[in-house]
Design a binder for this molecule. Structure first.
Ligand SMILES: NC(=O)c1ccc[n+]([C@@H]2O[C@H](COP(=O)([O-])OP(=O)(O)OC[C@H]3O[C@@H](n4cnc5c(N)ncnc54)[C@H](OP(=O)(O)O)[C@@H]3O)[C@@H](O)[C@H]2O)c1
Length: 315
């Protein structure tokens, strides 16, 4: 019986492997819109898809980012400016996309723009600090998606949302983890709703990668600490801040520099005939975060209590 089961399992994986390798036809005629292309994954994906011959519509937060991307890509790739937190900017970007694609529809929407600024222990932050991050990572993504979905539906295309392993496991404070949990929830309901229209929705869950996002949040941590009320400072103590920074710096140092592991997942979600619902990218995502998601909370909390620094007034 075990032999039959093993053979069935083998056949299932073989079939899946074969199906996932089949590529969508006429990729060079397909338009893909990507947010947050100034740096990191968005920037690399824009260049990668451009090199494959797809028609990339790259949205950058800054003019400088757009100009730099223009310089290193083909005539096919077009750039525009988009701040996902601004209603006007999202509406203008949608009009720009409509003008670029004509009657074809939008094959791919990649919601990549994100920030972790500010992050830190929850008690050190304000509601506005949480709102800043959630506005970009979750509400910005939702606004862009609601504007672009009719165009994606026309092409029976793909939506690719960039979440994080922190969308499965929250291991630090601030708006980042709640925003990524929200990305997971939004993407799940969107996938179910768009399925009848032939639109597929994929979620990318990278582990730690060396982009600017975490380094910027760490750089800003001392500013956060400086405005923490003095009674809360006493509860945590200066040593807590120093140890917290050391741990954060260590996780940045061990983060992977192979950004292509993430952009390859994004490319697969856009170009394979059988895209996956979820992609985890990086060894830490595959071996640590995703398995830990299935562990009992008490075990995860115990491990975290061994790693996290102790506050001065801990009991
Ligand atoms: N790196 C990791 O370890 C990691 C892990 C899991 C998930 N992710 C996710 O991956 C995505 C890309 O991040 P990254 O790691 O590539 O970091 P990144 O280099 O900082 O890229 C984030 C991009 O989003 C842009 N952006 C920020 N605020 C924006 C706004 N309001 N409107 C439009 N664009 C905005 C940034 O522009 P500026 O550069 O001009 O500020 C930048 O181009 C994010 O969603 C992030 O949460 C990253």
């Amino acid at each position: 019986m075990w032999l039959y089961l093993a053979a069935l399992l083998g056949l299932y994986f073989l079939r899946r492997w074969y199906q996932e390798r089949q590529k969508v036809e006429n990729l060079t005629e397909k338009f893909v819109f990507i947010t947050g292309c100034d740096s990191g994954f968005g920037n690399l994906l824009a260049r990668q898809l451009d090199a494959r011959g797809l028609r990339v519509l790259a949205a950058c937060l800054t003019q400088k980012g757009a100009e730099q991307l223009d310089k290193v890509t083909s005539e096919r790739l077009k750039t525009s400016i988009l701040d996902v937190t601004s209603k006007e900017s999202v509406a203008a970007a949608t009009e720009w996309v409509k003008g670029c694609i004509g009657s074809k529809g939008l094959w791919g929407l990649v919601n990549n723009a994100g920030t972790a600024l500010p992050s830190g222990p929850n008690e050190w932050l304000t509601k506005d600090d949480f709102a800043k991050v959630i506005n970009v990572n979750l509400l910005g993504m939702i606004d862009v998606t609601l504007h672009m979905v009719p165009l994606v539906r026309r092409a029976r295309g793909r939506v690719v949302n960039i979440s994080s392993t922190n969308g499965r496991l929250a291991v630090f404070g601030g708006g980042y983890c709640p925003s990524k949990f929200g990305v997971e929830a939004f993407s799940d309901s969107l996938r179910q709703e768009l399925h009848p229209f032939g639109v597929q929705v994929s979620i990318i869950e990278p582990g730690g990668f060396q982009t600017t996002i975490a380094a910027r949040a760490l750089e800003n941590l001392k500013n956060v600490w400086n405005r923490v009320p003095s009674d809360i400072k006493e509860v945590y103590g200066k040593q807590y801040l120093e140890n917290y920074c050391k741990i954060a710096q260590y996780s940045i140092n061990i983060a992977s520099s192979k950004l292509h592991l993430v952009t390859d997942c994004m490319e697969h979600a856009l170009t394979s005939c059988s895209p996956r619902t979820r992609y985890s990218a990086g060894w830490d995502a595959k071996l640590l975060y995703v398995p830990a998601f299935y562990f009992p909370t008490s075990i995860v909390d115990f491990v975290m209590s061994c790693i996290q620094p102790k506050p001065a007034q801990a009991v």
